[in-house]
Design a protein around this ligand. Structure first.
Ligand SMILES: Nc1ncnc2c1ncn2[C@@H]1O[C@H](COP(=O)(O)OP(=O)(O)OP(=O)(O)O)[C@@H](O)[C@H]1O
Ligand SMILES: [Mg+2]
Length: 243
């Protein structure tokens, strides 16, 4: 028993940072944000007290914000501080990445320096498959491999750019630059929903003034106390959250 939901003994799926359980309601799932932190496709792995709760709190906050802006999300309610009840989706195996500033893999793959502000937001899409190293995929392949129709892909990109607009505007007011982020989408009853998470694990966030990282790069590159960085984000976005 956890909050108001009964969590089965065995998860349906145990990911690298979250565990997904069936719920009594067949249209819903229980997502527990764990304290596990991984990087470089699981090569680096640690556990940090509070990490699950911090990411779950941020994710709930942003999903609610996006719903209010007309973007359908899987979020239904929280049953515990680290546990989100979500709409069960048929996940689309794509990682939809929106970039505002060059960083991370972009600077490895292309001749662009970290920190360069892009002329406009750029959407890049990876095929979500750890064993294949999440290769980048293009529009033609997405259609030909029957992952999405052209119309659905257009919709997904439009939603991703809408999310970017809402989040960029919000973070800017908090003194944070939204460098890039990753989204996952899924389908239920013919509708495309935003699924998974929007957290410090899935975004790159830099202090507007100092350029300091407040995201998983702190862990990836041993830049300091990752939990202090995550907490810092929550303090800025939800000043009364008491984290
Ligand atoms: N509403 C939803 N319905 C069904 N599955 C979902 C929903 N939201 C997220 N998921 C899936 O639940 C899993 C969450 O686990 P997690 O993110 O830890 O694992 P992962 O994606 O395998 O690993 P990583 O994200 O670290 O590469 C993912 O497979 C994600 O696609
Ligand atoms: Mg994931």
């Amino acid at each position: 028993m956890r909050g108001t939901s009964v969590i089965p003994a065995k998860p349906l799926y145990e990911g690298k940072a979250k565990s997904v359980y069936a719920s009594e309601n067949p249209d819903e799932l229980i997502v527990v944000f764990r304290n596990d932190m991984t990087a470089f496709n699981g090569v680096k792995h640690d556990q940090f007290t509070d990490k699950g709760r911090l990411n779950a709190t941020a994710s709930e906050f942003f999903m609610k914000m996006l719903e209010a802006e007309g973007i359908p999300t899987h979020h239904i309610r929280m049953s515990a501080p680290d546990t989100m009840i979500v709409r069960r989706l048929e996940m689309i195996p794509l990682e939809v990445i929106v970039r505002n500033v060059a960083a991370g893999s972009m600077t490895k793959k292309y001749p662009v320096k970290e920190g360069m502000v892009l002329d406009r937001p750029v959407v890049t899409i990876d095929y979500k498959d750890d064993e294949r190293g999440d290769p980048m995929i293009n529009d033609d392949l997405i259609e030909v491999l029957h992952i999405l129709t052209a119309d659905e892909l257009r919709k997904v990109k439009e939603m991703a750019l809408h999310v970017n607009k809402v989040l960029t505007r919000f973070f800017d007011k908090c003194g944070i630059r939204l460098v890039d982020f990753k989204l996952e989408f899924g389908k239920a009853d013919g509708t495309i929903y935003l699924g998974d998470e929007i957290s410090m694990d899935s975004m790159r966030l830099w202090d507007k003034k100092t350029g300091e990282s407040f995201d998983k790069d702190v862990y990836r590159f041993d830049k300091g106390d990752v939990i202090a960085a995550y907490r810092n984000v929550l303090k800025r976005i939800i000043p009364d959250s008491g984290v």
